[in-house]
Design a protein around this ligand. Structure first.
Ligand code: PGA
Length: 260
C-alpha cells in the first residue's frame, strides 16, 4: 500500500488533442464525475493545450470543482523577446496551478535538455506554481541495465538548486519512454523498483530532510483503468500521469477512483 502521508495525485495530460468544444465538454464531465473525490481523496490535475487553459479553468471554476488546471510546458524567462513562448506568470494569470516539465516528448521530440528543464522548474516554483518533473529511460537504456542511472541523472540535474521546502510543491513522474503511448506498461514490480530507486536518489540529494518520504512519485506510461489498481497498490507509486486514457471521462475517472 502507498504511504498514507502522500496523497495520491492523478494527472491527465491531454497533449496536442481536443479542440475548444471537446476540451470544455471533457472538463465539465470530469468536474461532475469527480465531485467529492478530486482535491479530497485524490488530487487531480488536467493539462489542456495552451489555447484552452483559460476556458477549462473557467468551466471548472463555474462548477466549483477542485480539479486543478495544469500547463504542459512554460518558459523560464519572465517576459521579453521569446517569440512563441509563454511565461510561468502568464500561465498563473489564466488560472494554471501546476506545470509539467521534462516530459519525454519535450526531451526527445522537442530536444529539451536537463539545463533547460531545470530552468523551467525554477521559474515555475518562483511563480508560485506546483511542478511535475517527468523522468524516464528509453528502451535501449533499460535493456542495458541503465534505468536507475538515467533516472538519477535526470533527477539530479532537474532538481539542481531546489530546496527541501520547495520540494513540497514538486511531484516526480516516472515515465519510461517505451511505455508512453505504446500500450506497453511497466510491470507493477518494475515500476515499483524504479520508484523505490528514485526515492533513494531523493534521500541522497536531500539527506536527512525527509523529502524522500514526503515527495509524491507517480507512474506514467499506458496507465488505464484495467491496470491502474495494481500499479497504484505499490508502496512507492503515489499516482499516475495519464495520456491516452485521460481523453475519455470514464477512463480517466476510473483511474482516479482506483487511486482512492
Ligand atoms: P500515455 O501517456 O498514458 O498515453 O502512455 C503518458 C504521458 O505521456 O504522460
Amino acid at each position: 500500500m502507498p504511504d498514507p502521508q502522500r496523497k495520491p495525485h492523478i494527472g491527465g495530460n491531454w497533449k496536442m488533442n481536443l479542440h475548444a468544444g471537446e476540451a470544455a465538454a471533457l472538463a465539465e464531465a470530469l468536474a461532475d464525475r469527480l465531485a467529492g473525490t478530486a482535491g479530497d481523496a485524490v488530487d487531480v490535475t488536467i493539462f489542456p493545450a495552451f489555447p484552452y487553459l483559460a476556458a477549462v479553468a473557467s468551466v471548472l471554476c463555474n462548477k466549483g470543482s477542485k480539479i486543478v488546471v495544469g500547463a504542459q510546458d512554460g518558459y523560464f524567462e519572465a517576459n521579453g523577446a521569446f517569440t512563441g513562448e509563454v511565461s510561468m506568470s502568464m500561465l498563473k494569470d489564466v488560472g494554471v496551478g501546476c506545470v509539467l516539465v521534462g516530459h519525454s516528448e519535450r526531451r526527445h521530440v522537442l530536444g529539451e535538455n536537463n539545463e533547460l528543464i531545470n530552468a523551467k522548474l525554477h521559474a515555475a516554483l518562483d511563480a508560485g506554481l506546483d511542478v511535475i518533473l517527468a523522468v524516464g529511460e528509453k528502451i535501449e537504456q533499460r535493456e542495458a541495465g541503465k534505468t536507475d542511472f538515467v533516472n538519477y541523472g535526470q533527477i539530479c540535474a532537474g532538481l539542481a538548486g531546489v530546496t527541501a521546502e520547495q520540494m513540497q510543491r514538486v511531484t516526480i513522474a516516472y515515465e519510461p519512454v517505451w511505455a508512453i503511448g505504446t500500450g506497453k506498461t511497466a510491470s507493477p514490480q518494475d515500476a515499483q523498483d524504479a520508484h523505490a530507486a528514485i526515492r533513494g536518489c531523493l534521500s541522497g540529494i536531500f539527506h536527512g530532510q525527509g523529502v524522500n518520504d514526503t515527495t509524491r512519485i507517480q507512474y506514467g506510461g499506458s496507465m488505464k483503468p484495467g491496470n491502474a489498481a495494481e500499479l497504484l497498490a505499490q508502496p512507492d507509486i503515489d499516482g499516475g500521469l495519464i495520456g491516452g486514457a485521460s481523453l475519455k471521462a470514464d477512463d480517466f475517472a476510473g483511474i482516479v477512483d482506483a487511486a482512492k
